[in-house]
Design a protein around this ligand. Structure first.
Ligand code: NAD
Length: 479
């Protein structure tokens, strides 16, 4: 299959291993130009009956054979790896990220499939003796409804697809209307690799997302997106006692201790905040730097920001593409305007690029206070406020003073000291001298407080797509 085949107009949903017809389509914008470049199928909430019925039929077969599922996941990984050069440009065109990052996203998805293919779905025999037989099983739930955002459409879909399928469920995935095409293309590549109906992908403008939650067939909703929508998903799922995993927003702090070598850490800290233009749930979103190192850090980050290569994601050597969509572009401008209006100093950036598309210069803000919106709210864009502290316990309090608790980081020349500070941080993950160091297939990822409910990845993520079942009986006959 070539890139041209995958781009072929209009892109089609995959249901039951085949094209799924819709009456209408909706436009997809390339954020590098701000213009519509493709159409995606507008599946309607009413059509979900057909979609979930196909997934439910496939579940009756897919749940039966553990080894078959394992082989299916490995075959899916190989198919993605073979198609990465065709798939990556589609992701860049709709999301904006550099082509190299799009390739990494698909290769990471294959890695996730391979990890889960090897993972055992546990069966634990608790007793098997003259008194009786007791076993604890993990059974699949049925059909999973998966809803993803626009920042990492493939990574975040695969964090759901791989464990859900491994455990024996089937799945219907709905990507964001801003980035429907890469997930549609992924499903097209996996047709014939996975049995029909096991992986279904539908796209459409909202209210399709809400209908994915309220539909009676799925027994589990796995949602990644904003906290505001996540709360609505939790309420709607509760009506039917559907199980939920919610991966939501974050406002991650980085605490820079007094003994840090600024020149050594600046680059890593910068990219922890600005990779994917800051559109990462676990990007560093506020920096608390000790007063002895703060000024040097501000200048070092400013210098890196000014040198960053910003362009269309298809351009060779580009480091940052555009912001993904107009509302997000406007939000970033608004947050910077608000901070500057209240006295913040723009060290670097602070403005959009003078060209079409949603390009915004990576922006470092100094002279910012804790109650500025850019500190309090999740900016989810290329702007980073740097705040100062003198007392470590004050930095910890301010870092924890957030409704969010996704991830955090502590930076110090003394690892033991950093670990001691980290032990006071209330978040789903704390990294030392890096940010998001623990985002790996085998480690649980999830947020405290408003950053989420439950976790993805590792055995913990796999288990979240299962229900426990006890089987108890009289003693079994021994040969
Ligand atoms: P969003 O909440 O606006 O949309 C996410 C998805 O939900 C989209 O597919 C959307 O169509 C769908 N949706 C909209 N209304 C719905 C409803 N009522 N019911 C069900 N689904 C509905 O989020 P976004 O703007 O696409 O993504 C950005 C947000 O996602 C940020 O807050 C970011 O922090 C968060 N995020 C979290 C993680 C994580 O793992 N914790 C990862 C990436 C992004």
């Amino acid at each position: 299959m070539t890139s041209a085949d995958l781009f072929s107009m209009p892109a089609l949903a995959t249901v039951n291993g085949a094209d799924f017809a819709t009456e209408t389509t909706f436009g997809v914008i390339n954020p590098s130009t701000g213009a519509v470049f493709a159409q995606a199928p507008a599946v309607t909430p009413l059509q979900l009956d057909l979609v979930f019925a196909a997934a439910d039929r496939a579940f009756q077969m897919w749940k039966r054979d553990d080894e078959f599922r394992r082989a299916g996941l490995l075959a899916a990984a190989a198919a993605i790896e073979a198609a990465v050069e065709e798939l990556a440009p589609i992701l860049t065109a709709e999301q904006g990220k550099p082509l190299a990052d799009s390739r990494m996203e698909f290769l990471g998805a294959a890695m996730w499939l391979r990890y889960f293919a090897e993972l055992e779905v546990p069966r634990e025999v608790i007793r098997d003796d003259a008194e009786g037989y007791e076993e604890v099983l993990r059974r699949p739930m049925g059909v999973v409804s998966a809803i993803t955002p626009w920042n990492f459409p493939i990574t975040l879909a695969m964090w759901k697809i791989a464990p859900a399928l491994r455990a024996g469920n089937t799945i219907v995935v709905k990507p964001s209307p801003y980035t429907p095409l890469a997930t549609l293309a992924l499903a097209k590549v996996l047709r014939g690799v996975l049995p029909d109906g096991v992986l279904n992908v539908v796209t459409g403008p909202d209210p399709l997302g809400a209908a994915m939650v309220s539909h009676p067939v799925p027994r589990k909703v796995s949602f990644t997106g904003s906290t505001a929508v996540g709360k609505r998903v939790a309420v709607a799922a509760a009506e039917d006692l559907k199980r939920v995993t919610l991966e939501l927003g974050g406002n991650d702090p980085a605490i820079i201790l007094r003994d840090v070598n600024v020149q050594e850490v600046a680059d890593s800290l910068f990219w922890s905040a600005f990779a994917n233009n800051g559109q990462i749930c676990l990007a560093v979103k506020r920096v608390y730097a000790h007063k002895d190192v703060k000024q040097e850090l501000v200048e070092a980050l400013g210098e890196i920001a000014r040198k960053a290569r910003i362009d269309d994601g298809m351009t060779d050597g580009v480091q940052l593409g555009p912001i993904n969509n107009k509302p997000q572009f406007e939000r970033v401008k608004d947050l910077v305007r608000d901070a500057v209006g209240r006295g913040a100093r723009v060290v670097a950036g602070g403005e959009a690029l003078d060209r079409d598309g949603y390009f915004y210069k990576p922006t470092i803000l100094d002279g910012v206070e804790d109650d500025f919106r850019v500190v309090d709210e999740e900016q989810f864009g290329p702007v980073l406020p740097i705040l100062e502290f003198t007392d470590e316990s004050d930095a910890i309090d301010r870092a924890n003073n957030s409704e969010y608790g996704l991830t955090a980081s502590v930076w110090s020349a003394d690892t033991e000291h950093a670990l001691a500070v980290a032990s006071h941080i209330d978040s789903g993950q704390v990294s030392i001298n890096a940010h998001g160091r623990g985002v790996l297939p085998h480690l649980p990822f999830g947020g405290h407080k408003w950053s989420g409910v439950g976790v993805e990845n590792g055995p913990w993520g796999l288990h979240s797509f299962t229900e426990l079942q006890v089987v108890a009986g009289p003693p079994r006959k021994k040969n």
